[in-house]
Design a protein around this ligand. Structure first.
Ligand SMILES: [Zn+2]
Length: 370
């Protein structure tokens, strides 16, 4: 490693030689420097204020030079200092540009590689089922209406002809918004227990003819289990016009059942009760798995519990009392309403055995519907 020699000979030839040796020693050290830590040692060794080689030049060459040579030695020392300082800077730039270009090389993107394929999402089976049901009625000329999930007692019960002490008004069945004891009963807020209040809201806004389907979320004070959920979905329907009869109800719902479950299903109606329809009827379809025989592969059919029939919706002719709440002339107009549970239809269509699967967001379940 280079050390600064003492000079005995201050002739120009001797000074040239000493300067050449110093320059070539410095150049080879600078050339061998490739990392920033090495560069720092190089800088300290040559430019260190206290004992760096450039400082030593002052002591060993300049101060000990005889008077007449001082000027010449001083010039040479300054030249060497300038060269070393410039080269130290240049060495640092070389190192850092080399390391940044190696970083760039590492980060380089191969644009010829195939892109990252992201899986396409699919509609949730409940949304898909709800849209299918709505689509069936849209094709028959129905439009779509929606309403709020937080409803008043008036829209959810009173205007739908629920008597004041009807069990559905009990908090055992209905989720009530807290802190409204001071309000009149009809103004108290609750989570709607069915989509039927939208029937009232639609009829308040428009005169007959009315043909709407109402998809939406409803709430009941039920404990979650394999067949119950405190939140579920319904599609409600309402048709009001002159001369609408029970035949229209049957024909419409029979057509809808065939569109949803296949043209070979048969329908049957049997008496039921809802406060806002009179008469009321539940509709059953012939089991689409055993074709209504109740038997499957030599055993009993599990889907219809061997009965050959499956209940899918409630319906009825709109009770004339309901028209009183919306100023429809009950002597002039008649109509029918129906409602079905979207979960129930989806469970039947897709053979799902636990309603909770719809809400858990498990991709293994959901991707089966992709
Ligand atoms: Zn069956």
């Amino acid at each position: 490693m280079y050390t600064v020699p003492k000079l005995d000979d201050y002739s120009p030839a001797a000074l040239n030689r000493a300067a050449r040796e110093l320059k070539s020693a410095f150049e080879s050290e600078a050339a061998a420097t490739s990392a920033e830590t090495e560069w720092k040692s190089l800088r300290d060794r040559w430019m260190g204020r206290k004992n760096g080689i450039l400082t030593q030049l002052n002591d060993l060459w300049l101060k000990s030079a005889p008077g007449p040579a001082k000027r010449e030695v001083g010039q040479r020392v300054n030249e060497l200092k300038k060269i070393v300082e410039e080269q130290i800077d240049a060495t640092l730039s070389r190192i850092s540009s080399a390391s940044s270009s190696s970083r760039l090389a590492q980060a380089r993107v191969d644009i010829t590689l195939p892109g990252t394929r992201r899986k396409l999402g699919v509609e949730h089976p409940l949304i898909r089922t709800m849209k299918e049901i709505v689509g069936v009625f849209k094709a028959m000329g129905y439009s779509v209406a929606e309403g709020p999930e937080v409803e008043t007692d008036y829209y959810n019960f009173e205007a739908l002809n629920f008597p004041p002490n009807h069990p559905a008004r009990d908090t055992q069945d209905t989720l009530i918004i807290a802190g409204q004891q001071g309000r009149p009963l009809r103004e108290r807020l609750l989570m709607r227990t069915h989509t039927s209040p939208v029937q009232i809201r639609v009829m308040e806004k428009q005169p007959p003819p009315v043909r709407v389907v109402v998809p939406g979320k409803v709430h009941r004070a039920d404990t979650a289990d394999a067949t119950h959920s405190p939140i579920f979905h319904q599609v409600e329907g309402l048709a009001v016009d002159t001369n609408i009869t029970f035949c229209d109800l049957k024909g419409t719902l029979d057509q809808a059942a065939k569109a949803m479950f296949g043209s070979s299903v048969r329908t049957r109606f049997y008496p039921s009760f809802f406060p806002f329809t009179e008469p009321s009827a539940d509709m059953q379809i012939s089991c689409f798995k055993c074709d209504g025989s109740g038997r499957l592969d030599g055993g009993r059919c599990g889907l219809c519990k061997a009965s050959g029939w499956i209940e899918i919706l409630g319906s009825g002719m709109v009770d004339p009392n309901v028209y009183g709440f919306v100023n429809y002339d009950a002597k002039k107009y008649s109509g029918f309403a129906f409602g079905m549970g979207v979960e129930r239809i989806a469970i039947l269509k897709y053979g799902v055995d636990d309603i909770q699967l719809f809400y858990q967001g498990d991709v293994r379940f959901l991707e089966q519907f992709a």
